[in-house]
Design a protein around this ligand. Structure first.
Ligand code: E4P
Length: 217
């Protein structure tokens, strides 16, 4: 399973990238706002830093304007993935921009039928939002499973990019049901390394080591 980092914060991306944990990056207008950076400049910096796909989202709502924005974003670097919303206009833009050879991430997906349409429109990635479904008492993981089944039934090559990941449990469940990619905030990815028994075991080893009076170097 590939790990994308869901942020536009360069330092956080660089830290995970140095460890080989970054297969790509996703951003959205809210994350650009949070970063305080210019979208074109920060997207270029991220693209220079990581080898994998870097999603940059259009903000137009009508297909022709989305296509114009998408073409501009695609010029930033070869690894830009144009992020389009799952609306009828977004699907039209997806068809055109994917036909021009661009990678497309169709975002704001909340149903299996929406995911089916995105695959038929040529999306490279579909982004089902797990956390936001959980927020309204639905099970985001059911959606990932349903899309997996549908894509496998018909051999669609669109990759399932599980988004709106809020917890380490989301990551594990996505891996178990076969999501191709997860995109998660840096703090969730770092938390995957933690376990209370690891910490407790380490604390005990340190106490006992101190009592030996030894040093390794
Ligand atoms: C990524 O592509 C999405 O925009 C992001 O994961 C949304 O996460 P949120 O629901 O926590 O804002």
């Amino acid at each position: 399973m590939k790990f994308f980092v869901d942020t536009a914060e360069i330092d956080a991306i660089a830290e995970l990238n140095d460890l080989g944990m970054v297969d790509g990056v996703t951003t959205n207008p809210s994350l650009i706002l949070k970063s305080g950076r210019d979208i074109l400049e920060v997207t270029k910096e991220i693209c220079d830093l990581v080898d994998g796909p870097v999603s940059a989202e259009v903000v137009a709502l009508e297909s022709d304007a989305m296509i114009e924005e998408g073409r501009k974003l695609a010029k930033i670097a070869d690894n830009v993935t144009i992020k389009l919303p799952l609306t009828w206009d977004g699907l039209k833009a997806c068809k055109v921009l994917s036909g021009e050879g661009n990678m497309i991430n169709v975002t704001l997906c909340f149903s299996a039928n929406q995911a089916l349409l995105a695959a038929k429109a040529g999306a490279t990635f579909i982004s089902p939002f797990i956390g936001r479904l959980d927020d309204i008492n639905l099970d985001g993981m059911d959606l990932i499973e349903d899309i997996r089944t549908i894509y496998d039934n018909y051999g669609f090559e669109t990759e399932i990019l599980a988004a709106s990941i809020r917890s380490v449990n989301h990551v594990q469940q996505c891996a178990l049901v076969g999501a191709d990619v997860i995109t998660a905030p840096p703090e969730v990815i770092k938390k995957l390394a933690t376990h209370p028994l690891t910490q407790a075991g380490l604390d005990q080893f340190m106490k006992d080591w101190a009592k030996t009076g030894q040093s390794i170097v």
